[in-house]
Write a protein that binds this ligand. Structure first.
Ligand code: ADP
Ligand code: MG
Length: 252
């Protein structure tokens, strides 16, 4: 995996849903080699911000850039091709597909011209895609389940599969929405190790997470959202002791 070395930057982002202001004046930067934790109470706007960063939701104001390039509102497909991958909070597992096939869906994201083109490139390419997908299954620790029907996996393994699918696109930017939610406790250290390894390879990781011990352990920097606004942004130890953050969130 070659990381692009480009920063993903959201500037002054606003998202309104009718009368609801889900995000307002939000700045966030995901830098190569760093894990940016994104925390905040339920409804704070975390998933909405990930959708904006992934290109799947156009903000009502503000911009998203990858390096110098303006990505605002260009769509999730184009963002995926540019190397931005998102793992969903609640993975949508298609029925009647094996774990390996679901992971292979990730490899299509960077293919020129999408699925049809990928199919056209023939069996050799397919074998390469299978190898890529398999490598990511190994990486998250579920390669032994490669031939199992994906929809029969435990919630914990489905979350790991979702991460493998995202990684199979060889992203430069990885957006994770609560990867530890539903994960078995014994899988947490491996997830933490994986995230650190990805950052060490140069990926820019944005980690939305409820599991506070994980965020505090792995994040280089933490952004705290509350009611659509950034109330703190800094190193974990600074954010942890911010009175505003404790008030809005950690003290609950
Ligand atoms: P979080 O992920 O931090 O829990 P969300 O980003 O899901 O928060 O939601 C932020 C706010 O935006 C909430 O008030 C939520 O109800 C609202 N919201 C999110 N998505 C939609 C939508 N598609 N339509 C209307 N309101 C939405
Ligand atoms: Mg959410």
């Amino acid at each position: 995996q070659s990381a692009s070395g480009l920063r993903l930057t959201a500037s002054d982002v606003e998202v309104r849903f009718g009368g609801i202001v889900a995000l307002s004046g939000v700045d966030l930067e995901a830098a190569p080699g760093l894990i940016t934790g994104l925390i905040g109470p339920n409804g704070a706007g975390k998933s909405t911000l990930l959708a904006v960063l992934a290109g799947s939701r156009r903000p009502t104001a503000g911009t998203v850039r990858l390096g110098e390039r303006d990505l605002t509102g260009i769509g999730a497909g184009t963002c995926a091709q540019l190397g931005i991958a998102r793992a969903f909070q609640l993975p949508r597992i298609p029925s009647h597909m094996t774990v390996l096939e679901v992971a292979m869906l990730g490899t299509f994201r960077r293919g020129r011209g999408g699925m049809l083109w990928s199919w056209w490139r023939g069996q050799r390419e397919l074998a390469a895609m299978e190898a890529t997908a398999y490598a990511q299954l190994r990486r998250v620790g579920i390669a032994h389940l490669a031939r199992v029907e994906a929809s029969t996996l435990s919630t914990s393994d489905q979350k790991l599969l979702e991460i493998a699918r995202a990684l199979a696109s060889a992203p430069d930017v990885l957006l994770l929405d609560e990867p530890a939610g539903g994960l078995f406790e014994e899988d947490l250290p491996r997830l933490a190790g994986l995230l650190r390894a990805l950052a060490a390879e140069g990926l820019a990781v944005v980690l939305v997470e409820h599991e506070m011990s994980l965020v505090m352990e792995v994040s280089d920097r933490i952004v705290v959202l509350n009611e659509g606004c950034v109330i703190a942004d800094g190193p974990a130890e600074v954010v942890r002791s911010s009175p505003e953050v404790i008030d809005a969130y950690l003290g609950v």
